[in-house]
Design a protein around this ligand. Structure first.
Ligand code: FAQ
Length: 311
């Protein structure tokens, strides 16, 4: 690539300008964005499955309506993100195929099962909480369509996080059995939530270049630290215990010291060997196959219209 063009591009990034779809961009920038936005879109879509699992079993009509709306929002987020990715020259069909045959990833977190109603609280509180921590800075990302999608998504995510915390409050203040369920959900979702931020900085292959291009605004470890600092007091308020015996406030750094997740588990999950990877991909493949008749019908209808116009 032309060094002059590259330098001019970097200067635009450094000046805080947004890059738009028709602007010149390095191939690596385009590729990285397609990977990150595509993975993000897939996460929103696959991310409907663990919570969708509980819509029919929500304990009250109100909780059911709220959960249904939340899961529908995730579908909407997926659609904004696929649209943003399409502006980079990849089609939604191509992205979908890459998800379905395992060439593209989605967030590790959605490969864990949701076993009880308290898990709906933990997912909203911790998973959406981690998602917001990562997505608020992405509102300032350098690629215009991604940045604008993030602004809309963040507005909805904060409601999601609160609905999760509201479930946790109810459970934590409920009967001893309910409180135990809440603690168990926190125990199971704590470390997987920490993994959402990606591997530790020393193992993060993309961070340096992505931050130079302002595709990413923070390192994985920085966001993980901020998430822990925000979440520990929330757990204390609930009267629940974070499952980390090493957790300590560190006055010098003004943040908590905490235990790293088991990174071998993380790499196992992203290689397809987590507890629910097979089930999640099978569900997405089934949805795609079951929808084939709709796609065929639409194509046949379009062909008929085209033929009628020509005649
Ligand atoms: N899971 O070099 P890095 C949501 C991969 S929120 C799976 O550090 P990068 C909302 C990474 O792709 C969740 N794979 O990578 C919701 C790379 O592999 P590759 C979605 C992961 O990109 C809530 C390798 O490890 N949010 O869905 C993960 O610079 C509730 C090396 O890593 C986003 O996607 C992981 N956790 O940093 C929905 C946010 N972490 O591609 C429903 C946007 C890393 O070379 C219900 N994405 N990998 O084969 C990002 O900010 C970044 O992509 C990171 C990873 C921070 C996730």
């Amino acid at each position: 690539e032309d060094p002059e063009k590259l330098a001019a591009f970097q200067a635009r990034i450094d000046a805080g300008e947004k890059i738009e779809p028709k602007d010149w961009m390095p191939e690596g920038y385009r590729k990285t964005l397609i990977r990150q936005i595509g993975q993000h879109a897939h996460s929103e879509i696959v991310g409907q499955l663990p919570e969708g699992n509980w819509i029919t079993r929500a304990p009250t009509l109100e909780r059911k309506a709220i959960l249904l709306a939340k899961v529908q929002d995730e579908a909407g987020h997926g659609l904004y993100l696929y649209c943003a990715a399409e502006t980079l020259g990849v089609s939604r069909d191509e992205l979908t195929e890459m998800l379905l045959d395992g060439r593209m990833k989605y967030s590790s977190i959605f490969n864990y099962p949701t076993l009880t109603w308290a898990d709906m609280g933990a997912v909203g509180w911790l998973v959406d909480g981690a998602a917001i921590m990562n997505q608020v800075p992405l509102q300032r990302t350098s690629y215009g369509p991604y940045s604008r999608a993030m602004i809309r998504i963040c507005k909805e995510e904060s409601f999601h996080q609160r609905q999760g915390y509201s479930i946790m409050m109810k459970m934590a203040q409920g009967t001893p059995v309910q409180k135990k369920m809440a603690q168990d959900a926190l125990n199971r979702f704590w470390y997987p939530s920490l993994m959402m931020f990606g591997p530790s900085d020393k193992d993060s292959v993309h961070s340096a270049q992505s931050m130079k291009w302002k595709i990413k605004m923070n390192t994985n470890d920085d966001l993980r630290q901020k998430f822990v600092d925000q979440t520990v007091p929330q757990a204390e308020f609930l009267g629940l215990t974070v499952p980390d015996e090493t957790l300590r406030w560190n006055e010098d750094k003004g943040g908590y010291d905490f235990a790293e997740p088991d990174w071998s588990e993380f790499f196992d999950v992203i290689q397809g060997n987590g507890p629910c990877n097979t089930e999640r991909l099978a569900a997405r493949n089934k949805a795609w196959d079951d929808g084939a008749w709709v796609r065929e019908g639409l194509m046949a209808h379009a062909a008929k219209k085209r033929a009628a116009k020509l005649a």
